[in-house]
Design a protein around this ligand. Sequence first.
Ligand SMILES: NC(=O)c1ccc[n+]([C@@H]2O[C@H](COP(=O)([O-])OP(=O)(O)OC[C@H]3O[C@@H](n4cnc5c(N)ncnc54)[C@H](O)[C@@H]3O)[C@@H](O)[C@H]2O)c1
Length: 459
Amino acid sequence: MRITMVGTGYVGLVTGTCLANTGNDVTCLDVNQAKIDKLNNGISPIYEPGLDEMIRRNAAAGRLTFTCDAASAYQSAEVIFICVGTPSDERGHADLKYVLAAAADIGKAIEATPGATGGGQAERRAKIVVVKSTVPVGTNPKVQSAIAEHTAKTFYMASNPEFLKEGAAINDFNKPDRVVIGVNDKGTGDRMRDLYEPFVRQGNPIFIMDISSAEMVKYASNAMLATKISFINEIANLCESYGADIDEVRRGMCSDRRIGNQFLYPGLGYGGSCFPKDVLACISMGELCDTPATLLEAVHLVNQRQRDAFMAKIDKHFDDNAGLSGKKIAVWGIAFKPGTDDVREAPSITLIQHLLDRGAQIIAYDPVAEETCRQVLADTISYAKDTQSALAGADALVICTDWDEFKFPDFDQAKAAMKSPVIFDGRNLYRPEMMREHGFVYHSVGRHPVVPETVQQSG
Ligand SMILES: NC(=O)c1ccc[n+]([C@@H]2O[C@H](COP(=O)([O-])OP(=O)(O)OC[C@H]3O[C@@H](n4cnc5c(N)ncnc54)[C@H](O)[C@@H]3O)[C@@H](O)[C@H]2O)c1
């Protein structure tokens, strides 16, 4: 099929590349000329494991092209996937301005497409416009109207929410747990099913349903995952208050097969470009129809408090009143999770900004997110080239992302490099007993703090 992906972000670029990889003729369209220039030079503007090679291979085969020319990209397509951002607006609602702007351009292009006059053969071949961006229930008809304002010709609508995870996006798209497709008519459902068949050859389901339900599946899924994270963080906080250990509690609780262990890791709370905005969008959907999403309001609140509680631990250690002037804090991990360079809504950014406000000097290390971090924090912090050099002369280490390379550092070397052996671990990477043996002051989430006797005595 001839496909146009609108937006070459984490979703559009990965999805477009994977669809090209199954033999489709894919054009990736973006308004950002710098991104398109990079892609035309064989460089991915985002970090996603395995993506560069796949882009180069499919571009070389002539199945994958990149452009800013909206009119021709839309006119040539049989299927158009809208994959632009839907960030929160100032009230927490999903901001649809990028989706609706794309829809207006699509309408103009459909109008200008020769041969697509509506009726008969042309109608059967009419374009399908697929909303892949995460959007509130009821958005599809708005997109349809925004297109129809510019054309009376026939086109079909579909909703196809995306479930890929940054860091594992290619595998997730190629081997989805399920594909969800919302349509108004059987013909569109059949054409969409054909497109996805190559990805579900192992028997995973393609669910074809009505459009409103498809839109809701995405929000319900992300809201559920966010709820699990806030739930375990709340239990971790109770563990801290009552002297229980969240690791033991997790083991005991998660061995119940009805509960399972996924997305039940305590930490700094969820971040990234999806969970925070999608939880807020669900809350605002509830407000708009007078059906308060009370549970999700609490999920959001718990998540905000999780960062505050962790910052309070750092403040307390350094004496709340004295501030952090003259203190050098090393930060390991900036990306909101391992495997990506995405720092949108990353807990690290909130934490770093707090530490900067209190006068600390920050030296941060992340294996891939330095460039994206610079776009947010510029040169207010310094960047180290590896884990160990970040630690030189540090008064404390703060761990924000559970990258594999942080999991087994040389603790003796780390201790020797630091001014004081203090670690605030927002990802519970180490066993507290091991940190005691190595002589670190060690604060994590939902577990007993470690303050070795040698450190207590020396004050
Ligand atoms: N990032 C994820 O892991 C993920 C997973 C599932 C779903 N989603 C959803 O998918 C959507 C896209 O997310 P993302 O992370 O890929 O966004 P992104 O911000 O990385 O990319 C969006 C891209 O769209 C481009 N764009 C904006 N308006 C355009 C237009 N009119 N024409 C062409 N290009 C345009 C931007 O320049 C940008 O490159 C969001 O709704 C998000 O919630 C994201």
